[in-house]
Design a protein around this ligand. Sequence first.
Ligand code: ADP
Length: 659
Amino acid sequence: MSEPTQPRNTCIYGKGEMSALIRSFDWEKTSLGPIHTWSAHLLISVNLLLDSSFPMLIWWGEDRIQFYNDAYLRILGTDNSKKQLQTLGRRGEDCWPDAWPRVSELIERVLSSGESEFVEDEMVPLYRNGRMENVYWTYAYNPIRNMGGVPEGILVVCTETTHTQERLQHNEEQLKRVLDHMAEGVGIVDRLGKIIYSNPMAHQILNTEGFKFPERSSNSPEWYNTRLDGTRMSDEEHPTTIAMSTGKPVFNYEFAIERPGLDKMYLSMNAAPITDAKGEVSGAVGMFMDITKRKQTETELRASESRYRTLFNSIDESFMLIELIFDAEGRPEDYWIREINPAFSRQTGLTKAACNQRARTLMPGLEDLWIETYGQVALTGKSIRFEDYNKTTKQWYRAFASRVSEETPFVIVVFDNITAKKELEQRKDDFISIASHELKTPITSLKASLQLLDRMKDQPNTATLPRMIDQANRSVNKVTVLIDMLLNATRMSEGQLGLQLERFNALELLKASCSHIQTANHNFVFEANPELEIFADENRVEQVLVNLVNNAVKYAPGASEIYLKAEKLGDRVMISVRDLGPGILAEQLPHLFDRHYRADFSGMQYSGLGLGLYISAEIVKRHGGEIGVESTPGLGSTFWFSLPGNIELQQGYLQGNLT
Ligand code: ADP
């Protein structure tokens, strides 16, 4: 659309609404006078204003006569623009009665300094679109100079920033709503670490309702942060400070807060730096959660774990945690060894390296029974106690297996090597049958003698009578000796052995211990200083020696010499009995002095209850002495025992043990 007539002499060329209005305006009524009298710079300025599609205003001359363009009218809305149309050519003061003090102040500043003024996002309430609106403006007041450089007017270039401001405000409100309803505590600190914002959850977590955060520094007597190990944390270590100094976010930083009179509180914090428009760090935001309960549980768990770990590592029973492996049909086929304790390693020889290995890989000979048994425990939850002989290790085990929980195929197995116990039981069984046999022989012979005597009671003069009586006596003696031995052994094991201490000659003792033996095959060789004396219970020591001599005769039947020796060794008296018999196997040596132990001489028939050496050892120990044996198969054996020679010193010990 073009404007058909446009008098050239008006010097106003624009085609818009305001250009038309300016051309038709009666300027004579204003202090500016008709257009053709206007100065060139006023005309240039007004034309520039009218040609601009950017909102602009001009105030000219002493009266600050007002001009503006179409773009300016448009942002005022229809209602205001109509009103504004009437302000053309009027004095600024009349156009802006309310805002004039502020406007005129800016105008004066620009005119006097000659420099423009720039104002960003200033809110000016405006009646627009039928209501009062908070309108934001960004504008510049620029001087318009005459040819002499003196500012005569003001050009205002303005733009409305309400939308940007509204958007910002909207964003801020939205952010606030999010922060207000967050389940995490949020705190924002400035560059100096001063808290400038905290959300409601932060106060709820920290129990600081009404507490003025910004007034406190991170560490003070009323509030300080500690590391997890309980030591004080410096401000530099605070995650928000770290985020600011490194410019990088910090995740899951755990620390504690201590406040006098309040329980220690643990927090986990994520922190991120906040940067300004120039990309410089201007603060940090910290988001945190209360992890006090979790930390307490962790601490309790750790304490309990370490208690059980100590128990687990120190108990004598072997302990193993296993995880069952089932085949497609749900049958147990193997198990993982997950944990073992030191006792387990000691007993099986398997080290920690066995953990997380399959049992069948580790022990190829493992019997199915074990896996089936553990599988049943895992499936049914019923604990099992059982004993089994392991053919590979040749050992007896007693095991207890129990399921850890219903949800997992874990089973704990506690087991014990009971081979020694089993062997003792076996020896006891053997002992009972031997003892019965040993007692039965003299009793049968006694019975026979008594039956004969009974038949002879009417012919007392028979020559066989004294023989029968003699035989009966010997049988009774044998029974008595056996019963004595049994009683002795019982008394020994119950610690009821009293000692009658006296001084006696060693050589005489050696000789006395062989006097009862009637043997054509053996020759006794004695070696002792005739002066050597012993202070001990003579009968008991003789009992020991008789035992050793009897054994030498019994177990070395073919060897002629038996050597008995007594000598002083330091403050002790050492007595030994040496035979040249078949000797004893090395693996049997450690057991000879055990109760009921009898080395198995296959193919040879030896009588004995396996008690002699046990009783001897007890008597020697009771004297504070030592007993032992040295033997080489094929070369004979030397049984020895030592008794303390320093009588006075040992007396206390011995008396203390007298019962
Ligand atoms: P017992 O003679 O009644 O079997 P002991 O306790 O006296 O019981 O001896 C235990 C075992 O020690 C015997 O069964 C025998 O095997 C072995 N033993 C003892 N003395 C000798 C020896 N001088 N030579 C070889 N073996 C012996």
